[in-house]
Structure formats: C-alpha cells, structure tokens
Design a binder for this molecule. Structure first.
Ligand SMILES: Cc1cc2nc3c(=O)[nH]c(=O)nc-3n(C[C@H](O)[C@H](O)[C@H](O)COP(=O)(O)OP(=O)(O)OC[C@H]3O[C@@H](n4cnc5c(N)ncnc54)[C@H](O)[C@@H]3O)c2cc1C
Length: 284
C-alpha cells in the first residue's frame, strides 16, 4: 500500500527539529532510517500529517570517546556502529548484537537510536544497552535529560520519550577488556530473534569477577537477568558452573506465546542461550 499523504521537513539542527515537533504536536512523526516507520505508514497503521526527518542533522551521527563512556549518536547507522573501533574496544557487546541485526541493507539504513526508540521487544539492541547500563540522552523543549536504560523501556513499543522529544545519543559505560557475546535464536536468517541473550563478563584467572546479562523477547521490554548475574560472580567459567547459573535465566521474565514458540519454549531457550552466551563471552 502507499502511505497517506504527508508533509515533509528535514531540519539541519536538533533545535529546528524540536521546533517542528512543537509546532505540529501529535500530527508530527520523526523518521530516522525509516526501516520500521515506513512499513507502518505503508500499512496505514499510522498517518502523521508531517514527517520530521532527522537525517540532515550531522551532530546526531557518529561514535565518540567521552572519558568513562563511549557516546553513540542516535542517527548512527547500524553498519557504522558495528564496524566502529571504539565500540569494539569498549562496548563489544553492542557490536556483537549489531552483527546479527537484520540484513546488510537494513543495517545501512536503520539507525541505532531509531531501533531503540522503536522499542520492539524483539529488537536486538535493547538487551545489550540494558546489560551495559547505557544512558539515553533526550532533548525536548525544556532542555536535555538523561534516562537510564532501566527506565527508558516502559512497555511494548513504549519508551520514556515524549511525542515532542528526540533521542539524541546513547552513553555506554566502557567495559574495556570484558568478554562479550550475543546469542540469538532465529527460525530463518536475518530475522528478529525468538529469544536472544546478551552477555558480558570480566574473567580473572579463570573465575568470573563480574557479569552482565540481558534478555531479548522474554517480556514486553528488554530484561536484565539479575539472578544469573549474581549466580555467576565468583564461579569458575566452566560448563557446569555456568549451566547452573543459566538455569536462573527465567526468573522475573514474562515471555510471549506466538507462532514462533510458546512461553515455555522461550523459557527453555533463555536458559540454553544464556549458558552458550556466557561461556562464549568467557572464552570457555
Ligand atoms: C525486514 C526487517 C528485518 C529487521 N530485522 C531486525 C532484527 O533482526 N533485529 C532488530 O533489532 N531490528 C530489526 N529490524 C528493525 C531495524 O533495526 C530498524 O532499523 C529499526 O527498528 C528502526 O530504526 P530506523 O532508524 O529505521 O527508525 P525509523 O523506522 O525511522 O523509526 C522507528 C520509530 O522510532 C522513532 N524514532 C526514530 N528515531 C528517533 C529519535 N532519534 N528520537 C525519537 N524517536 C525516534 C520514529 O518516530 C518511529 O516511531 C528489521 C527491520 C526490517 C524492515
């Protein structure tokens, strides 16, 4: 189908984009890479009167070093994030998740911020962002505010972003030297995961000193597997010990049932994928 007619503006600064959003209110919608929004418009599930394109705002693109964090601009395409040396060195878990996100065309058009703002529970970037304790920088009429990942994802396709706000960048605390792996289970290649697990671990002399584990598609939002993380600290990075900790991966989850699998199947997957993700991250 062809989308309903809309006006189009392409501001060149965040200030001008905010002004356009303020002017048009509920009738306006932001477009980033368009990889999720355009299908919605084509199916006429949404019919905004004005599209505000962030694609001509250069300050929203790129990855930079900011002391104890790296900062990823919201309009940075997935492909750029996936090949960025700062991401590889300090936030390898994000890079691992991007490797498995959709296909090459979508990775070149879709953006880091667009995927997080879309908040699909099966989206691949929420769990690693949550696991690494990322912070979301949001610009609005009243200035800029920073929201921790644990508060950014509110519900199914719902975030802390207001209609008149823009996600400008994501600050990811450095996890330099940590092992990382994203284990994604799909029915066919280049698809959203049925379940996926994001794991980052710091290993000292064969023992897991710190662990961060995030779950994709095990609830309405990305989830942090706190019980697994606690069980991993201080244990040897062995198959047996990691499997015992991974058995706790279902605690606090509320997985959906759909044509790809029911909730029990997803609980089983979460345990298996957590074991695999942690062992690979630990280099075991
Ligand atoms: C065939 C296909 C397969 C895919 N497979 C996967 C997959 O395996 N894993 C995965 O994670 N994703 C997948 N995706 C989605 C992909 O990651 C998209 O790039 C992403 O979901 C949306 O990013 P975008 O930049 O295209 O945003 P858009 O589609 O332009 O926008 C998405 C939503 O976010 C809002 N928005 C965008 N940017 C901002 C911002 N800076 N501030 C505030 N609001 C904003 C828009 O208003 C819109 O509501 C797939 C998409 C397709 C079409």
């Amino acid at each position: 189908m062809i989308p309903a007619a809309f006006d189009y503006v392409a501001p060149t600064s965040v200030e001008d984009a905010l002004a356009a959003l303020a002017q048009h209110g509920d009738d306006a919608k932001i477009i980033a890479g368009g990889q999720s929004l355009l299908p919605v418009l084509r199916m006429r599930l949404n019919a905004p009167e004005v599209i505000v394109d962030l694609g001509r705002i250069p300050t929203l693109r790129g990855v930079r070093d900011d002391g104890d964090a790296i900062v990823i601009g919201a309009m940075t395409p997935h492909a750029v994030v996936g090949s960025d040396p700062l991401v590889a060195e300090h936030a390898a878990l994000i890079g691992k998740a991007v490797e498995h996100l959709a296909d090459a065309q979508i990775r070149h058009r879709g953006t880091f911020g667009g995927a997080l703002a879309h908040a699909d529970p099966a989206g691949d970037l929420g769990a690693p962002a949550l696991a690494l304790g990322a912070e979301f920088v949001i610009a609005g009429a009243g200035g800029t505010r920073t929201v921790p990942a644990a508060e950014f994802f509110v519900d199914l396709f719902e975030t802390a972003l207001g209609e008149d706000e823009i996600l400008t960048e994501v600050r990811v605390p450095k996890h330099t030297g940590w092992g990382a792996h994203y284990e994604k289970f799909v029915r066919v290649a280049h698809q959203w995961p049925i379940v996926a697990v994001a794991a980052a671990v710091r290993v000292e002399g064969g023992t897991i000193a710190e662990a961060r584990v995030g779950l994709t598609n095990m609830g309405n939002t990305p989830l942090r597997a706190h019980a697994v993380e606690e069980a991993l600290v201080g244990v040897a990075a062995t198959e047996e010990a990691v499997a015992a900790a991974a058995a706790k991966a279902t605690e606090g989850t509320n997985p959906p049932s759909d044509l790809n699998g029911d909730a029990d199947y997803r609980r089983h997957l979460a345990q298996v994928l957590t074991r695999r993700a942690v062992l690979t991250a630990a280099g075991a």
